[in-house]
Write a protein that binds this ligand. Structure first.
Ligand code: HEC
Length: 206
């Protein structure tokens, strides 16, 4: 890793204020366990299509892509290893639960889509449809987070099937239409900012 990436990592760690413990560097030279950066706005609202976490077929299809069986030009295993044990120095080890549980589904998808600057991890969005990228997330999560799904309301990994069992509010997310399926890569999707003062009836102010 280049020094500036370290600095970024340290900054992000500090800013996020997470209570993550620095690990003892025992993870094959991947460095300390720090939270990844937040995904850019374009990816922040992208989530695993409904029902896919629980569907073993989806993960199996992800595996076929991962090992290069579907398209020899896309072979994640050539660096990340067939069984998740990295075979190229510096490749992310998805078996490290303590690190990977800090990755939201959106971050995971973002990194596969855009790659990680200044590393061997390149952008795959031109070679893989959104569906294929989600299948890869579903497969890769099994190395360190098997049986889990990302709860977008609680923002943490929970047992498959228990996401959305959360208190009211964001439960609606679970029934949202599957992202990716024919969805145009519309940017942003910024929600209307709250907090605009209610318009006072005209003619008030003295
Ligand atoms: C040429 C080697 C190589 C290939 C092929 C490769 N990766 Fe990576 N990948 C890396 C390296 C190196 C990193 C660590 C980047 C870093 O330091 O943050 C990484 C990191 C990642 C990360 C975590 C990013 C982060 O922020 O920590 C994900 C997710 C990932 N790869 C998924 C994939 C998927 C899916 C594929 C196949 C479509 C793939 N990789 C193919 C080398 C590779």
């Amino acid at each position: 890793m280049k020094p500036n990436r370290w600095i970024n990592a340290v900054l992000v760690f500090g800013l996020a204020g997470t209570t993550v413990m620095l690990s003892g560097c025992g993870e094959g030279g991947e460095g300390p366990i720090v939270a990844p950066p937040a995904p850019p706005a374009e990816y922040a609202d992208k989530h695993m299509p409904a029902g896919w976490w629980a569907d073993p077929k989806i993960a199996e299809e992800g595996q076929q892509i991962f090992i290069g069986a579907k398209n020899p030009d896309v072979n994640c295993a050539s660096c990340h290893g067939m069984d998740g044990k990295p075979v190229k120095a510096g490749a992310r080890d998805f078996r490290t639960t303590d690190r990977m549980k800090l990755y939201s589904d959106s971050v995971w998808f973002w990194r596969i889509s855009e790659g990680v600057p200044n590393t061997k991890m390149k952008s795959w969005k031109t070679k893989l449809s959104e569906e294929d990228r989600w299948k890869l997330v579903a497969f890769e999560r099994n190395f360190g987070l098997k049986g889990k799904e990302f709860d977008t309301a609680k923002k943490e990994w929970v047992a498959v099937g228990s996401a959305g069992a959360a208190p009211a509010a964001e439960g609606a997310a679970a029934s949202a239409p599957a992202p990716g399926v024919g969805a145009a890569p519309a940017g942003g999707g910024a929600a209307p900012a709250g907090g605009a003062p209610a318009a006072a009836p005209a003619g008030g102010g003295k």
